[in-house]
Design a protein around this ligand. Sequence first.
Ligand SMILES: Nc1ncnc2c1ncn2[C@@H]1O[C@H](COP(=O)(O)OP(=O)(O)OP(=O)(O)O)[C@@H](O)[C@H]1O
Ligand SMILES: [Mg+2]
Length: 269
Amino acid sequence: MEIESITIHGGRGKDGTAEPVSEVTLRMGDIVSIVGPTGCGKTTLINDIELYAQLNTPSCRRVLINGERPPEELSWDPSRNPIALISQHTNFLSDMPVAQFLATHAAIRQSADRDHIVERTVSFANQLTGEPLILTNPMTELSGGQTRALLIADAVVIGNSPVILLDELENAGIHRTKALDLLRGYRKVFIFVTHDPRIALLSDYRIVMKQGAMQRVIMTEREERLVAEDIKKIDDLLLSLRQRIREGDRLSEEVVREHLQNLGYMPAA
Ligand SMILES: Nc1ncnc2c1ncn2[C@@H]1O[C@H](COP(=O)(O)OP(=O)(O)OP(=O)(O)O)[C@@H](O)[C@H]1O
Ligand SMILES: [Mg+2]
């Protein structure tokens, strides 16, 4: 199914009152973030999208595809479902080896050049993880970060899903800057549930949630795009310090000062 848009008709928040945002339409190619405090209903919102809610979830939302109620077989038949959700808590239930899982999925999707597509998926996943996947390992033995990296790569490359919902990419322990760069190469609707300002400001717009309800839709305009550049530098600093700790280095005041000076945040001592 060709997806042009997804429309969410607001329902009600936790207190039962109508959501301030009564309608929002996401279009093909949009990068969208969902932000808000812990427990405010972000996961619930993307679950509603994945379920094509039709007044039948606690939020009473309605989700339309291309302005219409989606046909029911989209939810029954995973190979036709255009939406892939990579959830906050992922575990594989099957102990199939990684390579066999990917080859099986590629076969079900009738991918043209199966070996090549499996290779591309593995290479995508390996760019997100610290240590590469061992293809003969059972999926149940992958680490949390490797599991999410594999699921993202699988949904994007083999599944080729036009709509990808990602719940808290930043908590997966994967290389999120790399993930964002790789994902930007694909034209899809990306919906990121996030607490991360860098991801939020990279989005075209963000939906702000509170008490179970969509409060506002904020477009990322010019000033915030400039602020995003500063956040990127600060974030890169933290990532590089994190990397050094991961590699078993010691940090010194001098190293940190040097980094800050390079960013122009501290006068030279
Ligand atoms: N509109 C709603 N109506 C009724 N209950 C809701 C609504 N939205 C969220 N809830 C309930 O609130 C609780 C928290 O929601 P949810 O898990 O979506 O929060 P979250 O924003 O994803 O939190 P976190 O940042 O911790 O992942 C859940 O029990 C959920 O069912
Ligand atoms: Mg959540």
